[in-house]
Design a protein around this ligand. Structure first.
Ligand SMILES: [Zn+2]
Length: 214
C-alpha cells in the first residue's frame, strides 16, 4: 500500500482525536502528527514504500530531506551538548524532518543513519532514565534492516509502539497521545491486510498471513 494512503488514514485519525479530546490547535497538530507518523512507521522496513518509477528530481528532493533532517538533528544535539539548552519545538521539528527523510529514502546509507540515530536515542534514554526513548531507539535502529512486512507489521511491534507513545504522552502531558499512536499503527496493519500480500500479524510465532478480500 502506498505511503500516501497510510498518511491520509493517519491524518484522519489525528483529526478525529482532535475533535474527541478537549480542543486546542496545539493538541490538534500533535494528534495529527503522532497519528500520521504512527501510520507510516511500519514501512520503515524494506524499500517498498517507494515506487521504482520515481523521477530524478523527486529522488534528489528525498535525499535532500534525508540530509537536512540528519543535519538538523545533529545541530539540535550540538546545541544541547554545548549550551545545555533544548528548544522543544525545534527539537521536534528536527526529528520529524529526519524521520520523514528515513521514510522517503532507501538504501544502506539511510539504514546506517537510522541505526546511528537509534543508538543515540538509546543512549540518551538510558542516561535520562526514559525507557520509552530506549524503545524508540531500538525500533529506529533495527526496523530499516528488517525484511519488508516482517516484524514491524506485527502485534508485538504495535505493543512496543504503544509503550513508546505512553512515554511520549507522559512527557507531553497530553491525554490520548498513546491511544492515537496505537490506532494509527493499527490502521497501517489493517490497511495492508486488505492488500493481496496480506500481513503476518503474529510473526514469528505464527507464519499465517492474514488477508481480507473485499
Ligand atoms: Zn506496510
Amino acid at each position: 500500500m502506498r505511503g500516501k494512503t497510510h498518511l491520509a488514514i493517519g491524518a484522519a485519525i489525528g483529526g478525529a482525536a482532535a475533535l474527541y479530546y478537549p480542543f486546542s490547535w496545539t493538541h490538534a497538530a500533535i494528534y495529527v502528527t503522532v497519528a500520521g507518523f504512527s501510520a507510516l512507521s511500519p514501512d520503515l522496513d524494506g524499500p517498498s514504500i517507494l515506487n521504482s518509477k520515481l523521477s530524478k528530481a523527486s529522488k534528489v528532493v528525498r535525499k535532500l530531506i534525508l540530509w537536512l533532517g540528519t543535519l538538523s538533528v545533529g545541530a539540535v544535539l550540538a546545541l544541547y551538548l554545548w549550551k545545555r539548552t533544548m528548544i522543544p519545538e525545534l527539537t521536534t521539528a528536527a526529528f520529524l524532518l529526519f524521520f520523514l527523510g528515513q521514510i522517503a529514502t532507501q538504501g544502506a546509507l539511510r539504514n546506517l543513519l537510522s541505526s546511528i540515530m537509534g543508538c543515540i536515542a538509546m543512549f540518551y534514554g538510558w542516561k535520562l532514565g526514559m525507557d520509552w526513548l530506549i524503545g524508540l531507539g531500538i525500533y529506529v535502529a533495527i526496523a530499516p534492516w528488517l525484511k519488508h512486512r516482517g516484524l514491524t507489521h506485527t502485534i508485538w511491534a504495535m505493543l512496543l509502539w504503544g509503550f513508546i507513545a505512553s512515554g511520549l504522552e507522559n512527557a507531553l502531558q497530553i491525554e490520548g497521545v498513546m491511544a492515537v499512536a496505537i490506532v494509527g499503527y493499527f490502521s497501517h496493519l489493517l490497511a495492508d491486510t486488505f492488500t493481496p500480500r496480506g500481513v503476518k500479524w503474529l510473526y514469528p510465532l505464527m507464519q499465517t498471513t492474514f488477508r481480507i478480500r473485499l
